[in-house]
Design a protein around this ligand. Structure first.
Ligand code: NAG
Length: 516
């Protein structure tokens, strides 16, 4: 243990001992790697405030050491569930579908994922060992991921009577019951932005109507199944009662959106000040004279079809820059291209030599690039990546292309345009400055708000609208009533006029004038 970490450990001990408000918090991220990784960042920041923090990790993910902060305790679960992340990819075939040029974006693409996770929730909520572990911890707060296909997990705090909070990749307007307009509130699906054509708005409105009216990604029957002792509520109604909704978006990279005071935007929590590089990474980057490119397809996509990786290699070879590439492949040219199954991505992007980030555009990496001001070439694959790529294009922080269709020469042209064109690097630099000004260090902001609701509760920020059905929240009932009143008045006038007319027609004057 070096002096610095010893000091940190002492400080934590002291703060724990003196913090009479120390509470126990349990995080439950969904099983895939990227969720665990960013929940772990926030969990670490919260633990450093003196709380006892636990994070649920599926048994098969333990070996990946995703929780690097030693002050975060791990609650492992699902020894019998196998490798859930692999099952997700196998059942949904989302990667194969992408390479086979089938659609992988859009609201329907999430559905198979939600079905796999629904099975997991059914097993987990019936697992006595897991439930006993949770009960014994006596958590004061459970932190859940808000992505729609994880929402079933609200049954856990509901059945155990524990307050809960959400943290998530998106600002979930429907889940947090925020009055919003589909015209400027894109779902993080497809390639939508807040500047939509008429028919995009029609499509999006239909998506919202379906999401509001049907349990697409969740199953409210879980509530009566696992919490029979509690009043029956829908998953949405339970979810809207969260103490706070923390969303890993912002108004700089993402778009301005309407929200309530119990929604807090923090930006991406995986981005933080860079640590100096060490070992082979330090050596490789130190020897780069003209700058480096950082390339990654994220936590789960490290194997690429050979034609794709060959194309990317031949593009890199036409550039005068070194490349650090997260991929499961031996480097074709170790002098220029360093390949590795793991890379210190945040630290590499934070290095002053970083000129470009080539990425699938998952949320975590994108916010790291924004934080460090590195422009992006987006190569989206599935999920929210198309949406994330579109916002990079709209805000001119980089460009995107379809990696299946682009040729090596086209890739070179795009990379050169971003690196040497000037505009993108400059926009990114400005956005980064503004972002740091507003969002500081995102994981600390998240920890601050969680600590805040642990101390004060979230009730005072809650709007009664969050427990209303949508027709009441959008005053459709009032509009219908007013419409009815108008109809009644118009009808009454009509009847009145008819009666008057008849009276007039039948009046003696009229009869007299007819005789004339
Ligand atoms: C890397 O590739 C090898 C050979 O293709 C394969 O056996 C191995 O499972 C891969 N590793 C990962 C982490 O995907």
């Amino acid at each position: 243990m070096d002096a610095q970490s010893l000091l940190a450990a002492i400080l934590i001990l002291v703060s724990t001992a003196t913090n009479t408000q120390a509470k126990t918090i349990l995080f439950y991220p969904p099983p895939p790697t990227s969720y665990i990784a960013y929940h772990a960042n926030v969990a670490g920041a919260l633990a450093s405030l003196g709380h006892e923090v636990w994070l649920c990790v599926p048994h098969a993910q333990l070996k990946k050491n995703l929780v690097t902060d030693k002050i975060v305790n791990i609650l492992s679960y699902g020894e019998d569930l196998g490798d859930i992340e692999r099952q997700l990819y196998q059942t949904t075939r989302i990667l194969d579908k992408f390479w086979e040029r089938q659609p992988t974006q859009g609201i329907h693409a999430l559905y198979p994922v939600s079905q796999v996770l629904l099975k997991i929730v059914n097993v987990l909520l019936a697992d006595k060992m897991f439930l006993d572990k949770v009960r014994n911890l006596k958590p004061d707060l459970i932190v859940l991921e808000s992505v729609p296909f994880n929402m079933n997990m609200v049954v856990l705090p509901y059945m155990l009577d524990i307050p809960f909070a959400f943290i998530g990749t998106n600002h979930e307007a429907i889940m947090s019951k925020v009055p919003f307009s589909p015209a400027v509130t894109p779902y993080s699906i497809d390639f939508l932005s807040d500047r939509m054509t008429f028919f995009q708005k029609v499509y999006l409105t239909l998506c919202y109507l379906v999401s509001i009216n049907f349990d697409l990604y969740h199953d409210s029957s879980l509530v009566s199944k696992f919490a029979p002792h509690k009043p029956h509520k829908s998953i949405y109604d339970i979810a809207a009662n969260a103490e706070i909704f923390i969303a890993e978006v912002d108004h700089i990279l993402d778009y301005p959106r309407t929200m309530l005071p119990n929604t807090k935007l923090i930006g991406g929590s995986s981005a933080s000040p860079a640590k100096p590089l060490v070992g082979e990474f330090q050596k490789f980057v130190d020897e780069a004279t003209t700058g480096i490119i950082v390339m990654s397809f994220g936590g789960a996509v490290v194997n690429l079809p050979p034609d794709i990786s060959n194309k990317i290699v031949s593009a890199f070879k036409q550039l005068d820059l070194r490349v650090v590439w997260k991929i499961n492949m031996t480097s074709p040219d170790p002098k220029q291209i360093m390949t590795s199954l793991w890379i210190p991505q945040n630290d590499l992007l934070g290095h002053q030599k970083a000129k470009l980030f080539v990425s699938h555009c998952g949320k975590n990496g994108q916010y790291e690039a924004l934080y460090h001001g590195v422009p992006i070439l987006c190569l989206p694959i599935y999920g929210d990546q198309g949406y994330n790529s579109e916002r990079v294009r709209v805000k001119q922080l980089g460009l995107y292309t379809d990696i299946r269709e682009a040729s090596a020469d086209e890739l070179v042209a795009l990379m050169k345009e971003i690196i040497y064109g000037g505009k993108y690097a400059e926009n990114m630099r400005k956005a980064s400055e503004l972002y740091r000004e507003l969002y500081k260090v995102p994981k600390h902001e998240a920890a601050y708000w969680l600590d805040h609701v642990i101390k004060y509760g979230g009730e005072y920020m809650r709007s009664p609208g969050q427990q209303m059905p949508w027709y009441q929240l959008l005053v459709l009932d009032v509009i219908a009533f007013l419409f009815l009143v108008i109809v009644v008045i118009v009808l009454a006038f009509y009847v009145l006029i008819r009666i008057c007319y008849r009276l007039y027609k039948g009046s003696p004057q009229k009869i007299k004038s007819k005789r004339n």
